[in-house]
Design a binder for this molecule. Structure first.
Ligand code: CP
Length: 355
């Protein structure tokens, strides 16, 4: 728990180094999906790994246009009228499921929320059969969250509608990373040259996998920090600059800190002695937050465990952008639904008619 060594990033051997998957994760390239780049193929969002820097900026720019819609007194545009979205969540969610639902409704899509606990899954139906049956009802987009890494890729290979990954195991949570970088881009204009520390349960988090990729693609440097038991070997290969085991060292002089919850539901065994000890060594408090730049931003994807990884005074303090992240989550998900609702090669209508 108290190790303070800093792991140097391995030297790059070539420019086309293969990105490693998170432990236990089937890494599937977009090119492996049948007809993924063919005209008429569905337009998925599976992981940040498959997005270019310009793809990311296109999504963020579209989200900015939609954010204006959210703030209107009549917050509805006809952009996705006649389109059907099914939220297929096999794991609990507050922010992601609700914001995808609100995003679809603001765009005039019909949104159906699938409840795993009230479904035929409890009678032994497989996840793929469930998804195939829902696809037979002709949704245009399936938004899927699963406890198993790789499920969105499996559905993309088997179904002919757009799949949006709303979090797969400890692998990727691409819409979360996009809303995080939108929140930072709004404040900074650019992420180029900024340093972001991500602190907490690195091995249990899908948010970190997507954020390392997304922040790196936009030119930010990433520091990872957590107890040795929560950081998998090889994580540096995803693009992180450095790995630290002392919080003070990781957050010194950074432009932003992203705190992560301990994913108790994903750990087979406890990975730290007690909440009290974790909080003492890795909790962000008013005292240690002063080690960051004076205007550093504090992020948390939620749900938060107040008093464990983050002190309430920091979570609710002036540097916190945690609720901005939630607001941007709706705008980013509007952008993702809008961009995914047309197949590859189809013309793109303007997102928002002039007010
Ligand atoms: N950040 C996030 O994914 O939160 P939910 O689990 O509430 O969707």
């Amino acid at each position: 728990m108290s190790s303070s060594e800093t792991r140097p990033r391995p030297k790059k051997k070539g420019t086309k180094k293969k990105v490693v998957a998170a432990p236990g994760t089937p890494e599937v390239k977009a090119a492996d999906e049948p007809g993924s780049n063919m005209p008429g193929a569905p337009r998925h969002l599976l992981g940040i790994a498959e997005l270019s820097r310009s793809d990311i900026h296109e999504i963020l720019d579209t989200a900015v246009a939609f954010k204006e819609v959210m703030r209107r007194s009549i917050k509805k545009v006809p952009t996705l009228r006649g389109k059907m979205v099914i939220n297929l969540f096999f794991e609990p969610s507050t922010r992601t499921r609700t914001s995808f639902e609100i995003a679809g409704k603001l765009l005039s899509a019909d949104v159906i929320n699938f409840s795993a606990s009230a479904s035929a899954l409890s009678k032994g139906e497989t996840l793929l059969d469930t998804a195939r049956n829902l696809r037979a009802m002709h949704p245009d987009i399936l938004v899927v969250r699963s406890a198993s890494a790789g499920v969105p890729w499996m559905l993309a290979r088997n179904l002919d509608c757009a799949i949006l990954n709303a979090g797969d195991g400890a692998h990727e949570h691409p819409s979360q990373a996009l809303l995080d970088v939108l929140t930072l881009r709004e404040r900074w204009g650019t992420l180029e040259g900024k340093t972001v520390a991500i602190v907490g349960d690195i091995s249990g988090s899908r948010v970190v996998g997507s954020n390392i990729r997304c922040l790196s693609k936009l030119g930010a440097r990433v520091r990872l920090c957590g107890p040795p038991t929560m950081i998998p070997w090889g994580i540096e290969e995803l693009g992180a600059l450095s790995v630290h085991h002392r919080l003070e060292e990781a957050i010194e002089g950074v432009d932003a800190v992203m705190m992560l919850r301990i994913q108790k539901e994903r750990a087979a065994e406890p990975t730290y002695p007690s909440d009290r000890e974790y909080s003492r060594l890795y909790g962000l408090s008013p005292r240690n937050v002063d080690l960051t730049k004076k205007d550093a931003l504090i992020l948390h994807p939620g749900p938060m465990n107040r008093g464990v990884e983050i002190d309430p005074a920091v979570a609710d303090g002036p540097r916190s952008v945690i609720l901005d992240q939630v607001e941007n989550g709706v705008a980013v998900r509007m952008a993702l639904l809008y961009l995914s609702a047309r197949p590859i090669g189809a013309a793109l209508e303007p997102p928002v008619a002039a007010a």
